[in-house]
Write a protein of this length. Structure first.
Ligand SMILES: [Zn+2]
Length: 338
């Protein structure tokens, strides 16, 4: 067979080949364009073609090569497309990829527990704005302008002229409730507060409080003490509380609340500084001036208020010695509370 007839036969064979499987495509590749394939022999035959027909033959051989390669490319494309739809590629018995579950923040855990305890005593949760005005944050709470006790709470002013500040305590929410609701009032106001303080292991510029307020006829200091005793028992399983005289502008008399150290059973340890007592917050009987400011008659009603830092309670409960850990979002810390 002369090389021209040989080439024509090969071209026809290539055009008619059916490469429906990847096996047949591979066979085709080896037969025609592999290192020992038929195309090789055609290229080798070029040197024996008379000069005047060399060009014609060369073009024919190139056409054969291009058609063969196009055929293989198309076959490969088909094969990979078909594979994608094959169910056998998905291993239904393979174990699933687990979802990473988040954990509740320790402050949320403690806050929720505090809310649950006070709910059992009939307290309801109230909320207030974090951006406050001077009246609700200071003046109504018996802290008129230029009152020296304002210095006890270094304040972030958003706009001094426009009377906008970040609340320094959740007591402002209590004023708002007293203004709109007639006694009896029995509320707690958990929330975030802000103070312009240097951040250290023991202080932060933002922290959380749970404050409580109870106003009714004949509310006494004994009611206050019993409420806090119940809380200490439920939260810390502490069997005793004591009150030390203190000063807050909005309560009279005022006291700091200590609970017997639940870590060492009052025998003395580092947490209670070997005193057997741990401070958890402040409290007192609502100052009559505050009741008057909120439109409640102090001759008819009396009440008590208390406040605790959620961070403080969480640090005691979990033995955490640095308040900054709560705000650093370190997974190694947070995952311990799952
Ligand atoms: Zn102790």
């Amino acid at each position: 067979m002369n090389p021209f007839d040989q080439a024509q036969t090969m071209l026809q064979e290539i055009q008619e080949a059916n490469l429906s499987s990847s096996e047949s495509a591979e066979e085709f590749r080896i037969k025609f364009i592999g290192s020992k394939g038929s195309l090789k022999s055609l290229f080798a035959a070029i040197k024996d073609i008379p000069n005047e027909r060399k060009k014609e033959f060369g073009q024919l051989v190139n056409q054969i090569k291009q058609e063969a390669e196009a055929k293989i490319t198309a076959a490969k494309k088909n094969a990979s497309g078909a594979n994608k739809n094959k169910a056998s590629d998905n291993d239904l018995t393979a174990p699933g990829v687990p979802y990473e579950m988040g954990t509740r923040h320790p402050l949320s855990l403690v806050k929720n527990e505090m809310i649950e305890i006070f709910k059992r005593l009939g307290f309801v949760v109230e909320d207030g704005p974090e951006i406050e005005d001077d009246w609700h944050n200071f003046t109504a709470l018996n802290l008129p302008e230029n009152h020296p006790a304002r210095d006890m709470q270094d304040t972030f002013y958003i706009d001094y002229e426009a009377n906008k500040l970040l609340r320094t305590h959740t007591s402002s929410a209590q004023i708002r409730v007293m203004e709109k609701q007639k006694p009896p009032i029995r509320i707690i106001t958990p929330g975030r507060v802000y103070r312009n303080e240097t951040i250290s292991a023991r202080a932060h510029c933002t922290f959380h409080q749970v404050e409580g307020l109870y106003i009714d006829k004949d509310v006494s200091f004994a009611d206050l003490k019993q409420t806090l005793y119940y809380f200490a028992k439920e939260m810390f399983n502490s069997d005793n509380i004591r009150m030390r005289p203190s000063y807050f502008p909005f309560t009279e008399p005022s006291a700091e609340i200590d609970i017997s150290c639940f870590i060492c059973d009052s025998k003395g340890c580092a947490v209670c500084k070997h005193s057997g007592w741990v401070e958890i917050g402040g409290c007192g009987m609502v100052d009559p001036a505050v009741l008057t400011n909120a439109g409640i008659d102090p001759e008819e009603y009396s009440g008590f208020a208390f406040g605790m830092g959620i961070e403080r309670v969480a640090m005691l409960k979990y033995g955490i010695n640095d308040i900054r850990l709560f705000f650093e979002n370190d997974k190694r810390f947070l995952e311990q509370f799952s």
